[in-house]
Ligand binder design. Structure first.
Ligand code: CTP
Length: 220
């Protein structure tokens, strides 16, 4: 039985770009591959998917059950997410959201002057944390994390702090895993502390494992 059929699932994917001036931004190396692979699996499961994505390096499919919202900054991703999530059953937060954004965005291109350039940054809103605060008991949210040390303890802190049902831990310690690779190695940790470790796999097989796991907990 497919318990995900007709569920509304919100997926965030890709990086966010934080403008410095009209031509420059702060970004990161996320390609959006993992998020898009998850979207594909969800569409195969007959879900209705709302994809909110930053600038991607992979094409976005067209599908009758896929609603696409394209944004640039963390603030735009936050607004789009808060608008869409109330009508969704599940949220999968695979985006690599910038943690900081410039305090001021210059109207004109900044000219080169001193040898050293200081840029003041402020924290972006933690989208997942805000979603966690509004989450209804019938809704399920899954976050992603990248830890280099004390990964399980840090992941449990994130589950608590952001009110998550589970977290997908990406390994940085394995060759071939993470940003800009075709493969990934993950662990999924649940709120009750149960953990499943997976082998290094290509991203579409990893997406399959994540969606199978969500199907299990969302249908429970
Ligand atoms: N996230 C978010 N909004 C932010 C930052 C992160 O929604 N402003 C989401 C990401 O999409 C991901 C999870 O939160 O699902 C990652 O949490 P975060 O605390 O940012 O993890 P790390 O980047 O690993 O944090 P830290 O650098 O503090 O370890």
């Amino acid at each position: 039985m497919n318990t995900l059929e007709h569920k509304r699932v919100l997926v965030t994917a890709g990086p966010t770009y934080e403008a410095i001036d009209p031509v420059r931004f702060i970004g990161n190396r996320s390609t959006g591959k993992m998020g898009l692979a998850i979207v594909e699996r969800l569409l195969n499961k007959q879900c209705h998917v709302v994809l909110i994505h930053g600038p991607l390096q992979v094409p976005v499919p067209t599908h009758k059950n896929l609603e696409v919202i394209s944004i640039e900054s963390a603030e735009e991703m936050y607004r789009a997410t808060m608008k869409s999530f109330p009508t969704c059953d599940i949220g999968i937060f695979a985006a690599a959201v910038a943690d900081y954004t410039p305090v001021h965005v210059a109207d004109q291109k900044i000219k080169k002057s001193e040898d050293t350039f200081f840029l003041a940054l402020k924290k972006t809103v933690d989208i997942l944390k805000e979603v966690g605060k509004t989450k209804k008991p019938t809704q399920c949210i899954i976050g992603f994390a990248l830890e280099t040390n004390d990964e399980e303890a840090n992941a449990m802190k994130k589950i608590e702090g952001k009110n998550l049902d589970a977290i997908v831990l990406n390994s940085l310690n394995d060759a071939g895993a993470g940003f800009a690779h075709e493969t990934n190695k993950i662990k999924i940790i649940q709120r009750n502390g149960e953990m499943i470790s997976f082998e290094l796999k290509n991203k579409s097989a990893v997406a399959n494992d994540i969606v199978e796991f969500i199907e299990k907990i969302a249908g429970a």
